[in-house]
Design a protein around this ligand. Sequence first.
Ligand SMILES: [Mg+2]
Length: 282
Amino acid sequence: MLNIASFLDIAAPYRAIFLDSYGVVKNYQGLIPGAPETIRLLREQGKIIRILTNDASRSPEQQASRFAEQGLPGILPAEIITSGMMAKLFLAQKVKSGRVAYLGTTAAASCILQAELPCVPVGSVDLENCADISAMVFLDDEGFDWNTDINKTVNLLNQNNIPVIVANGDKLYPVTQSDVSIATGGIAKLVESILNRKFIHFGKPDTQMFNYAFEDISREGNFMREEVLMVGDTLHTDILGGNKFGIATALVLSGNTHSKDAANWISSTGIIPDHICHSIVG
Ligand SMILES: [Mg+2]
């Protein structure tokens, strides 16, 4: 039996709320009705809000304007922390020369990678002349030919022992009530298993994103971890990541985890949220 409570009751004791985006604030149809009202109430109560998203295809600025267009104004780019930002930091610190190959759209590469290094889509890499490729990034599930470019990626990585970065570890995402699409992390998993290699995954459940968010709110005041609540719709990313980081977690049933599956999934995975609610509304 699930112990389902109201989100505002759950959130009441916490001073900072980390919200996942997709499945929590929005879904395939747009904003979840009532979400802007909830966020307004949380702000009125003086809570600090951060959006922690594994969407690596858009910059925080682009995601903030998208929220505003959809009817949720007032989310600042500085309040949005994306797995793409983590990948970008890693590249800036660790990869100093050569070209960065990527799977994804040109738009995602220009806003996420925008580092000092030239970026090239895998489709344009000449496998006979690729010794200067210094890193590979799995960026997005769009913008390339699945038939040729995944195969090319396998060949590129088979020939070159370079760091491989997965900017979004999500394996799938819902596109309707019942259908899902394969996300970047799913493609990366496939290539990892073919090559028998482990890539560097950014985004939830990785602790780096939680660390970044916690350090970020700590600039606004003194926070203890037990004063922070992570709210998400996915056990393996949001809830596992929040649990590992030592903050409280709330599972919402408005996205990847449906109410009919929640109890089974929680017991079969052993990923146990501290709280469960239908959605952030109510
Ligand atoms: Mg989600």
